[in-house]
Design a binder for this molecule. Structure first.
Ligand code: CDP
Length: 204
């Protein structure tokens, strides 16, 4: 039976880690929708028209080695403003969401636009400073050279662009459960998400 979990939130809030853990706990498939925009952004950085890139994305694009860099993150949030690019990616995300075995999708507009009928909707957030600290540690662990101030500025700039765009802006769905992970370690954040989804699932 299809069961869709929508997990939205701002940059580096912990959506990815939580989504993977939720998918593993319930045996659901997981789609990191940010990767779609990162893959389009990466191809645009190489000179391609963003809409053409969005229309012709392949599995290989999503496995690209450099999708987690700060430059690609910025390019992703710029192409993500374009309504045609967003439209080109809708069908794939919606088909993934309704697969029989259940699905977790994380992104910015899953609960509001892509899957407004999702059975469970979470909005995962944390203060910009905490998110920047986590992203800084992650980038350093991946061998990238950066500093905390640059990462904080990048996170704030993407938050602003993602929240202020006209099409599918970043915001919690009216019926989303908010999980603020500022004061939670990752185990506690995962538990909060799994507990919230279990309550909804058991009530079905
Ligand atoms: O990992 P992080 O939270 O930093 O970013 P991401 O989820 O990989 O998303 C990268 C960028 O793609 C975001 O800043 C958004 O601009 C865009 N995005 C979007 O517009 N809609 C989505 N469903 C997912 C990502």
């Amino acid at each position: 039976m299809a069961f869709t979990v929508a997990i939205d939130g701002p940059a580096a809030a912990g959506k990815g880690t939580i989504s993977k853990a939720v998918a593993a706990a319930f045996g659901f498939a997981h789609l990191d929708t940010g990767l779609l925009y990162r893959a389009v952004g990466a191809r645009h950085l190489l000179g391609e028209d963003p809409l053409q890139a969005a229309k012709s994305l392949t599995a290989d694009d999503l496995a690209g080695p450099n999708l987690r860099t700060a430059d690609v993150a910025q390019a992703a949030s710029k192409v993500a403003v374009l309504p045609d690019v967003r439209s080109a990616l809708v069908d794939f995300q919606q088909a993934f969401a309704r697969r029989d075995a259940g699905a977790v999708l994380d992104g910015r507009d899953i609960g509001t636009v892509i899957c407004p009928d999702a059975e469970a909707k979470l909005f995962v957030t944390a203060s910009a400073e905490i998110r920047a600290e986590r992203r800084f540690n992650e980038l350093c662990a991946n061998g990238q050279t950066t500093d905390y101030k640059t990462v904080l500025a990048d996170v704030k700039e993407r938050d602003r662009r993602d929240s202020e765009r006209a099409t599918a802006p970043l915001k919690p769905a009216d019926d989303a459960i908010i999980i603020d992970t500022s004061e939670l370690d990752i185990e506690a954040a995962i538990k909060a998400a799994i507990d919230a989804i279990s309550v909804i699932r058991d009530a079905k």
